[in-house]
Design a protein around this ligand. Sequence first.
Ligand code: NAD
Length: 278
Amino acid sequence: MILLDGKKVAAFYRERIAQKLAAVTQRDQCPELAIVVVGDDKPSAMYAKSMQKTAASVGLTAAIYQKGGEASEEDVTALIESLNQNRQIAGILLMMPLPAHLDSQRIINKICPEKDVDGLTDSNVARLFTGRPAFVPCTPQAVMAILDYYHIELAGKHVVIIGRSNVVGKPVAQLCLNRHATVTICHSRTADLPAVVRQADIVIAAAGRAGLITGSMIRPGATVIDVGINRVDGKTVGDVAFDEAAAVAGAITPVPGGVGSVTTMMVLENVVHHFGNA
Ligand code: NAD
């Protein structure tokens, strides 16, 4: 059994991003990431700070632009438009969720698609679904980064995804399809989930339900990617019953130390990728 170590994958990207940034900076270009936080959602504030720290660790400036919880759609849109026009800013990351009175997707769509490093604009979603190069959300991108790092082939494989959210399940399904996998998407109304998961060469669990995927659902030798993050008895666990699944799987990601370790690095990769192409 191969343990798919997210920290190793993150370290690989960290090095690559730092090198690209050093090259870009030598050309007198200093890309910056803008992190927009609206309101006082605690997890968003924490994520913004940790993103800023990770960015600093690869030599990328990431500034947090904070708006109050009462900010109007016009206020937030005006900020995004000024960031769109600022040539120094290579990427814009809008922390979700926005306060309830704001129309999230309408605001997201104000982000210039070339700076939409988390792939949330309708334009980037459409590009992904039509198989054209696009920025994609960081978690699905992290899943692909792990599979690629460990040379796990997708073409012709049956990938079973558990979860159909817009930020994880659907985009990861599309990425797998674009790489010639046969894809099945399961969700809360799938009849006989175990029978479907048992058919998978690659299982991608993204339901947010601790222990949903048991060892008996895993086909011997299958690859298991656990995207879930759940708190159980003060511990962070995934959606997969790790010990049981690891006993049958050919390869598996741990939680923590798997997909979650790679996600923030994917946003930074997108910032650098974009600027490198400019
Ligand atoms: P979500 O709640 O938006 O979607 C969950 C999906 O799982 C839904 O489509 C639902 O139909 C499906 N589901 C729920 N219960 C099910 C069941 N019993 N059987 C089959 N399907 C079921 O969640 P999300 O935002 O897609 O996130 C999914 C998980 O991934 C969460 O645990 C979240 O914390 C985690 N996550 C991890 C990262 C990371 O970096 N590792 C990033 C984002 C989300």
